[in-house]
Design a protein around this ligand. Structure first.
Ligand code: SF4
Length: 327
């Protein structure tokens, strides 16, 4: 790996108190990942697998219980409050629901200008110009600044959310299910906008979704999460062509095959995602895994790095599964 990762996390652990106050919900169980500058890392998994907690922990909107986070090589967890605020200019979060994330009482101009005001950037006139520029950049008329959120469609609102997110010229955007609240017909427009902005502004993305098709379309590399663990990570093409973890194989087998000459064998998983309050011992996937072995019930699998990642890929294809020799 040549470049310093823009973001690197090692062994992140996060537990929340359970609702009855007697136990703990294990949201993250030792997640490690690295994002290279200009890269999009997709994170995929079922609802409840910990991916949204991971997004918030990476930005320190939630503090992890343990683990390290480095942003451009510097210890991000060691930053004090003022320093953290400065650092947050470089990293922004786009939430799922564009309806909930815009204050209905504010005009769009004030919403998009908010980060500039918070960070004391520009005077009134400069901020107005910047807002007009940002609205144009996300494909909206600059006159939209005078209107209120309820005057826009869901897709337009997500454009406004994105304009606000890029107002401070961040280096990293974490997009948490950014299109799942939108009509399918609008989703591709927002995805195209995100791709276009990445190219024009040199952004790096962490792109979180439960939708494998969307993650495939958007990502350079993909991490698959299951019950607070990353279970497989690989360059996107390789993961979708040759998934190695039984959970990834099951997820990918459920995607409709567009090529009628290719037959994909569907792997149907039994049961639901277990509760993170009582994760199964050993490999957390073992109660649903069609290939589970006795060792899977007792021991969490070590990582296997496959050496056949494409040349220049930042990380090899990594799998946490007892089916493969560790190392
Ligand atoms: Fe299945 Fe065992 Fe691999 Fe887990 S470690 S995915 S239970 S084969």
């Amino acid at each position: 790996m040549s470049a310093v990762p823009i973001l690197e996390a090692r062994d992140l652990v996060k537990r929340f108190p359970s609702r009855d106050g007697h136990g703990a919900i294990q949201a993250l169980s030792g997640v490690s990942l690295a994002l290279q500058p200009g890269e999009t890392l997709g994170i995929v998994g079922e609802s409840g697998c910990g991916k949204s907690t991971l997004a918030r922990v990476l930005l320190r909107l939630i503090e992890p219980d343990s683990g390290t986070i480095r942003f451009e090589g510097a210890d991000f967890r060691a930053r004090g409050v003022a320093d953290l605020r400065r650092a947050r200019r470089d990293m922004q979060l786009v939430f799922q629901d564009p309806y909930a994330s815009l204050d209905p009482r504010l005009r769009i101009g004030s919403i998009v200008a908010e980060p500039l005001v918070i960070h004391g950037i520009g005077d009134r006139a400069a901020r107005r110009r910047r807002v007009a520029e940002l609205l144009e950049l996300v494909g909206l008329d600059p006159d939209a600044a005078m209107l209120y959120p309820h005057e826009f469609s869901g897709g337009q609102r997500q454009r406004i959310v994105i304009a606000r997110a890029i107002a401070l010229e961040p280096k990293l955007v974490i997009a948490d299910e950014p299109v799942s609240a939108l009509d399918v017909s609008i989703q591709s427009q927002i995805l195209n906008l995100l791709s276009d902005l990445k190219r024009r502004l040199g952004l790096s993305y962490i792109f979180i979704s439960h939708d494998l098709g969307i993650v495939h379309h958007m990502s350079d590399r993909v991490a698959v999460m299951y019950l607070g663990h990353v279970v497989e990570m690989a360059p996107a093409e390789q993961l979708f062509e040759d998934p190695r973890h039984p959970y990834t194989q099951a997820l990918i087998s459920a995607i409709p095959e567009p090529d009628p000459t290719r037959v994909r064998k569907r792997v149907v998983l039994s049961g639901d995602l277990p509760s993170p309050e009582a994760p199964p011992p050993g490999c957390p996937f073992h109660p649903r895994c069609p290939q589970a072995m006795p060792v899977c019930r007792e021991t969490f699998p070590a990582v296997t790095d496959f050496v056949d990642a494409p040349p220049g890929a930042p990380d090899p294809h990594r799998v946490w599964c007892h089916l493969y020799p560790a190392g």
